[in-house]
Design a binder for this molecule. Sequence first.
Ligand code: PNS
Length: 162
Amino acid sequence: MITAVYPGSFDPATYGHLDIIRRASSSFDRIVVGVLHNSAKSPLFSVEERVNILQKATKDMPNVIIKPFEGLSVNFARENDAKVIVRGLRAVTDFEYELQMAQTNKVLAPEIETIFLTTSLEYAYVSSTIMKEVAKFNGDLVNFAPQEIIDELKSKLCIGNR
Ligand code: PNS
């Protein structure tokens, strides 16, 4: 049984994240999505809210589990008996940061491999940050995330539904 972890901030999850989770879930026996609780950052959604959002959005994926975590991703991987860390790669702009992270994780935990899934073309522009920016200025969010996540985002930002 091969378990992979997919760590991230997911503030909130987008179609890009859900695409990576779905594709990873067909390549590994079990995917444990790790939602980072980082006390140094102030995300829009609490870690509990981000976990709940992801649990609802992945309810049709039986081999996907959502868990909060603190600290190092490699420790989260070890705690979950995962030998693989999955990350999504969008454009070349992601690459430098992702490479450095993967190399750091390799030094910290040589037994764990980082595997990159390239983001599907239709979601290449999607990020939580851009989605929140579009939401703040009342832009159309239909291409960024499923309706239930859009509703959570609008309610968090006190934007009426339209
Ligand atoms: O969704 P994000 O914000 O791009 O995810 C980044 C994340 C959570 C994967 C990264 O910040 C992380 O792994 N944080 C945990 C701390 C850690 O393991 N740091 C060492 C690798 S640089």
